[in-house]
Design a protein around this ligand. Sequence first.
Ligand code: ADP
Length: 526
Amino acid sequence: MNTGEKMKEIYEILKKTFGYTNFREGQEEIIKNIIERRDTLGVMPTGGGKSICYQIPALVFEGITLVISPLISLMEDQVGALNTLGILSVYINSSLTPAEMRGIFSEIDMGRYRMIYIAPERLENEGFVEMIRSKTISQIAVDEAHCISQWGHDFRRSYLNIPRFIKRLSSRPVVSAFTATATPQVREDIVGNLDFDPTVYVNGFDRKNLKFSIVKGVNSLTYIKRYLKEHRDEGGIIYASTRKEVDSIHAELQSRGYRVGRYHAGMADTERQRVQREFVGDELDIMVATNAFGMGIDKSNVRFVIHNNLPRDMESYYQEAGRAGRDGLPSQCILIFNPKDILTQRYFIENNLFESSQEVVDIKYEKLNAMVNYCHTSQCIRSYILEYFGDEGIEGCDNCSNCLNEGETEDITIEAQKIISCIGRTKERFGVTMVVGILAGSKNQSILKWGLEKNSTYGLLKERNQKEIRALIDLLIGDGYIEVVKGEFPTLKLTSKAYIFIRERKTLTRRVVTVDKRVSHEGERS
Ligand code: ADP
C-alpha cells in the first residue's frame, strides 16, 4: 500500500472505528510519520488526543502494538474503551491471577490481540519477554514518556529498561513516545534514555478556553465558598496538598449542601472508584482531591480547577489545571497562592529523600522555584506557562488575571531601580535577607558587621516594611530581573534584563489585589 492509500485508510479508521470526523491539531502528521515507520515523539497537552496517534497505526500495521503505560487504571480504561470499539486488546499487569495470565498468553499466541498494554515493570519479567519476543511487534508506544526522565515529575526507573528490551527483539519495531509535559530538558532526556532518534512534534500547549488566575492574600476557604456561590451551576475540581485539607474542605462544602466528593490516597480503593465514577457520571459536581486524583479521567465538562495550595511544579500544575474545559468551553484555572505553601513543598522535597539523589533534590527545588515565580510574575501568566514548556511566548492573552489586570496597578519602577541598584552596589555578594535588610535600613548585626550601613543604597526603601520589600524582590525574581544563585548561601544576581531595565529607563507595574475591602499587596497574606 502506498502512503496515499494508507492515509485514506487512516481517515476511514478515524470515522468508522472511532467515530470522529476530523483529526485534531497534530494527530494526522504524527500518525502519518508512524505508519511510515519513523520513530516519533509526540508532545501534546493533556486531553489533546494522544491515544489515537498510536492506536490508529496499531490498526494499520500487521502484528502487535505494545503500549507501555504507567498506571493500571489508565490501562484498564483504555483497553475497556478499545474493546467497546471492537479493537481486540488486552492489558497485562499485577492485578491478574496466574490463571488469567496463562489464558492471555495463549490468546496472544493465537494472534488474538492487536494491542497489548503493559506497565514498564513487566519488561523485567523474563517469562513475558521470552513469550513476546517470539511474536511480531510492529510498534512500541511509550505513553507518559516523561516518566523516563529524572526531570519529569513522575520518574519511573523501569522505563529505563525499554531500549534494552527493544534491542532483544528480532526486528526493530517503530517506536512512538507521548507525553503532555515536556520542557526542553525532559524532551532531551526522553530521546537520550529511550535511545532513539525521533521526529518530534510539539503541539500547541496553549489552551485558549482556559482562563488562568492567581489569587493572593485571601483566606482560601472563604474564597472557595464565595466562588462556588457565584458559580452555582458549575462543576469542577478543588486540589489541596494534604489529605487533612481535602477532608476539611470537603466537610465544609458538604455541610453547605454541595454535591461534593473527596479523593485521596488514604481512602479505600472501592470508595475512590465509586466517587470517581460518580464525578465522571455527573452525580457529583465538585471533587476535592489531592494530586492522586485525575490521571486518566476523561470528563469533558469540568468548568473550574481551583488549587487551594501551591503545586510542586509547573508540570503538575498544568496537568491538573488542564483537566478543566476539555470540551473547549470557557473554564477557569485558579491558583490560590499562600507563601506558607512554599514551606510545605520544601518539606515534601526534604522528606522524600529515600529514592532521591542530591541531583534530583536540586532539580525539584529548581522546579519549585519556577512554580513560585509563576505566582509572582507580573507578565502574562499564560505566556509564562508556554515559555516554560518550550513553546513560544505571547505578548498578552487577555485571558489571565495579569492581562485582565484584575485589581488596580501600582507603579513600582522606582522600587525596582532601588533594589537592582542595591544588588549591583553590593556586588551581588548577598542573599535576599541581607538585601532586604540593607534597603530597609536595618541595624541588624550582620549588616553592621559588613559595614553595609555605609552603602549608598542603605535605607533607600525604609518607608516599606521588610515583608513588602521581600515581595518586591520576589516579583523581580519572578519576572526574570534577578536570579538566585545557589551556593552555600544563595545570593542574588542581576540578569541582563535588569541591566536593560536601568539602561533603557523601562517602567514596571504590579497589581494590587483588592480583597474583601482590604487592600493586600502581592506576596502578602492578610
Ligand atoms: P490525552 O491522552 O492526550 O490526554 P486522549 O487520547 O485521552 O487525550 O483524548 C482526549 C479526548 O479526546 C478523548 O475523549 C478522545 O476520545 C477525544 N479525541 C481524541 N481525538 C479526537 C478527534 N480527532 N476528534 C474528537 N475527539 C477526539
